[in-house]
Design a protein around this ligand. Structure first.
Ligand code: HEM
Length: 518
């Protein structure tokens, strides 16, 4: 009995001693690491829990279902605590968040070997994006040859010259939009602006890029492909907030429908590819799909694999419609909320284009329209965060950055920085663009560098074409004193007067302003 208790004591002592030794060694190692390390540890915001880190705080911000939750939290930290660089612990994953324009410039313009785009093992839904879009341009790692080959093949059709060739096709889509709105909504009618800009953005990329119409303008019903793609996009937002192991417990159903919808949209893209391969493409103009199937990488002579073509078809249908639709809806809402700006824009369209057919030359003259679009993208960037990864242990602006740490660049906080943009930063003021950019990295809705948005010229032209055609036909106004985001027929407007817009509140400039400011 005594012997047994001695053995138990000894065993217990050994565990205690081993535990103490382990703690001492890890503490000593940490001290040595900290001592050897150059640079300071970025500050940690309050709200970190044991094991879960800032997960609960992030979830609290996400609870309002806003896709800007994390970005808004960063903006708030910037304003209340002065944090432009801070650390974050997301269930054990260490992340560094940046909203300092100089440091962002160093990440995007400095030595290209210091930071890369790599979605592997990233928190916040990086794995989900990879699951759906695989080796598509948006998700594939920069050092993967699939990105390099596809990028070099597609950079030319997406250049200014490349998109100029498809302007007539874009104008046709905008004409179809106007026709469908006149038919389905009618003068004085009320409608959700979202429905229409989504149709426009989706049909434009599908027809101009892939030579395939999904019949969105002919049909009031939402096309099943669009429904599934929307499910994928919405689920990305919801599921991405959960770490993968918790998703399987708390979001089982959503996860399953995400998997099913991903499979369904992929099947459709494979059908588009097979159809194109089996038929002779009649159009004289080579579209994106033709280029992906026939062009070779000018550097290596390699062609894109069939899997890569499908991944990119899906990527274009996703990246090409969601953000463009959001940008156009936001711009219309801002113009409704700022009638003086709208009047100036209408005057410009009347003077430059009038009732003529819109041409490429007109687009370059529509300077105020360009400012309105930029100002909208500043206040409502469709993507509020960018993700990069540090490739090695390094110092960034005096801060210590370990290797393989995700870096979140907060676009929203840069766009709403009073230091950069001045005291009127929250206001919609297209005129501010007359002065140019306050800092090269104060405005980055399309990111910068080799991984910047390849569809930038495509979307800017599409937005301009749509806005001109829209205002050549309609006028809009907000309901005075009504809920933020609602707009109504402007009875004494230009002829013909038109439309009540019933827009969801998330897109309202006022709602955004209030939420960002709380
Ligand atoms: C207002 C509209 C748009 C916005 C705000 C936008 C924004 C962005 C941003 C911020 C990135 C970089 C993401 C990152 O660095 O991680 C990106 C990449 C990309 N965008 Fe866009 N985008 C828009 C429209 C489009 C359109 C119309 C297309 C296609 C027709 C497109 C295709 C892509 C692709 C393929 C990439 C990945 C490029 C690469 O990494 O090589 N985007 N976009």
């Amino acid at each position: 009995m005594v012997a047994a208790s001695k053995v138990a004591d000894l065993a217990q002592n050994k565990v205690v001693v081993a535990g103490a030794l382990l703690l001492t060694v890890t503490t000593a190692l940490d001290v040595v690491r900290r001592w050897r390390r150059k640079g300071q540890q970025p500050p940690y915001p309050p709200g970190s829990w044991p094991f879960l880190g800032h997960f609960v705080t992030v979830m609290r911000y996400c609870w309002d279902n806003s896709s800007w939750a994390l970005a808004k939290w960063g903006l708030e930290l910037q304003r209340s605590q002065g944090f432009k660089t801070h650390g974050l612990n997301f269930c054990g994953t260490y992340i560094i968040c940046l909203s300092d324009a100089d440091l962002v410039q160093e990440v995007f313009e400095g030595d290209p070997h210091r930071f890369t785009k790599n979605f592997n093992d990233l928190p916040l839904g990086g794995d989900l994006l990879e699951y759906s879009f695989k080796d598509g341009l948006f998700t594939v790692n920069t050092d993967n040859p699939a990105w390099q080959v596809a990028h070099r093949i597609l950079i030319s059709p997406f250049s200014v010259r490349g998109v100029r060739g498809i302007m007539p096709m874009m104008c046709d889509q905008a004409d179809l939009l106007i026709k469908a709105m006149k038919r389905d909504v009618g003068y004085g009618g009320t409608t959700y602006i979202d429905t229409w800009v989504v149709k426009m953005a989706f049909e434009t990329i599908a027809v101009c890029g892939l030579g395939t119409s999904f019949g969105c303008f002919e049909n009031a019903e939402i096309n099943p492909f669009v429904k599934h793609l929307n499910e994928v996009v919405e689920s990305l937002d919801v599921l991405g907030r959960w770490p993968p192991f918790l998703r399987r417990i708390f979001c089982r159903q959503r996860l399953q429908s995400y998997i099913d919808s991903s499979a369904s949209v992929r099947r459709t893209c494979m059908e588009i590819l097979q159809r194109r391969k089996s038929e002779e493409h009649k159009e004289s103009h080579k579209d994106l799909l033709d280029r992906m199937l026939s062009d070779a990488d000018p550097k290596t002579g390699q062609k894109m694999s069939e899997e890569s073509v499908v991944d990119n078809l899906l990527t274009f249908l996703f990246a090409g419609q969601d953000s463009t639709a959001a940008a156009m809806a936001s711009c219309l809402c801002y113009l409704c909320a700022n009638p003086t700006c709208k009047e100036r824009l209408l005057r410009e369209i009347d003077e430059v284009v009038g009732k003529d057919q819109l041409s490429w030359e007109h687009l370059n003259e529509l300077q105020y329209l360009d400012w309105c679009i930029k100002e909208t993208l500043r206040l409502m960037p469709p993507g509020s965060l960018l993700l990069r990864t540090s490739t090695r242990e390094q110092v960034l602006g005096g801060w210590y950055v370990p290797a393989k740490v995700p870096i979140i660049v907060n676009i929203l906080a840069l766009h709403y920085s009073e230091d950069l943009w001045g005291a009127d930063v929250n206001e919609f003021k297209p005129e501010r663009w007359e002065r140019g950019l306050p800092h090269k990295f104060a405005f980055m809705p399309f990111a910068h560098g080799p991984r910047a948005c390849i569809g930038r010229e495509f979307t800017l032209m599409e937005q301009k074409v749509t806005m001109v055609k829209f205002f050549q036909n309609f006028d809009v106004e907000r309901v005075p004193g009504d809920k933020a985001g609602y707009t109504v027929l402007k009875p004494d407007g230009r002829s013909p007067p038109f439309l009540n817009f019933d827009t969801p509140s998330w897109i309202s400039p006022q709602a955004m302003e209030l939420e960002a400011m709380e």
